[in-house]
Design a protein around this ligand. Sequence first.
Ligand SMILES: Cc1cc2nc3c(=O)[nH]c(=O)nc-3n(C[C@H](O)[C@H](O)[C@H](O)COP(=O)(O)O)c2cc1C
Length: 361
Amino acid sequence: MDKDTNLIYRPFSIGSLTVPNRLVRSATFEFAADEGRITQRHLDLWRLMAEGGCGLNITGMMATAAGGKIGPMMVECSYDGYVDDLKKAVEVAQKNHSLLFVQLNHAGYKTSPQDGHDRLGVRAMEVAPDRVYHEATLAEIQRIAEDFGRAAKRCQAAGIDGVQIHAAHGYLINTFLSPYYNHRADSYGGPMENRARLLFEVYEAVRGAVGQGYPVGVKLPISDRVEPSITLEESVYVAQRLEKLGLDMIEISAGLTMDGGDSSFSPAAQEGSEGLFLYGAKAVAEKVKIPTISVGGYRRPEFVEKVLAETPVAAISFCRPMIREPNLANRWKTDRSPATCLSCNLCFRSSEIIACQVDKK
Ligand SMILES: Cc1cc2nc3c(=O)[nH]c(=O)nc-3n(C[C@H](O)[C@H](O)[C@H](O)COP(=O)(O)O)c2cc1C
């Protein structure tokens, strides 16, 4: 391997962590929890992930509180035994010398209508007859931020290498950021500094809980892919503010994945293009010093190398390609043929999540 041209396998830093290469496993929901609890299926998936060779692996989103789940198959960070269960994931990662972050989320309008779900949103809305949400009160907003802090602390206690706050893909924090959903008249609505207030408070609660030096990242949208949308300038502003507050890493995505808007993974959005949101990742990376990671449609190692060579983006992250080929990061060390992922999205069927076998045609 030519070290001078092979940028993929060069280390980079996230805060105090040295990440051994520039390939990141983007958060991939496992559809595997049993009533919110981590299961053997998770551990099997995380083992495959740990063996796969990515510099950093990020778990699927986990709910910071029982009321923030999309359903019983989503892990909640608040159950008794969570820390002990997570320790098993840490063991698997450490055995394979791999780094593991947990992605923390509150699902907002995507919570399922099970007993105990929060039924709160950025504003009052009837999503479906059994999914009626009220505008989150200031006390609820404060509790949400505290829940993120508590969840992050538990991840740290389990020995997880870092956490990522999910502020994208139409979940609660994203709906606050987005002018499409956020019509609030109080200090959480209106200009960007207000719409990002929940994210800033969540970040502060997480940092307050884990202390300085523990890696914290955010998955941030640079567009809602519907109008009115967060603008690129606004996203850059949010990234800069988070960096000032002490954030260690930012991953750029887009799309609310609701109301017919293009998602971060809709097949149509992938046609003929890799690095769907690279323009945004580049714009953010040019304005911050913390590592910026770009996700969305990457399939060819030559293109990944080109992005790493020609832009300030620090690393590239992948989801669907590594559902199909969990060993992709190792494979590319010797076999540079493109990922075989078809971007068909059948991996949303939980049975396809371990090893996608969908035919090429
Ligand atoms: C099955 C599946 C599960 C996903 N789960 C998550 C998740 O838990 N958290 C998240 O931030 N993104 C999630 N995503 C989005 C991916 O992380 C990624 O942003 C998107 O798929 C685009 O990247 P790709 O082209 O490499 O797949 C998921 C995507 C798929 C297909």
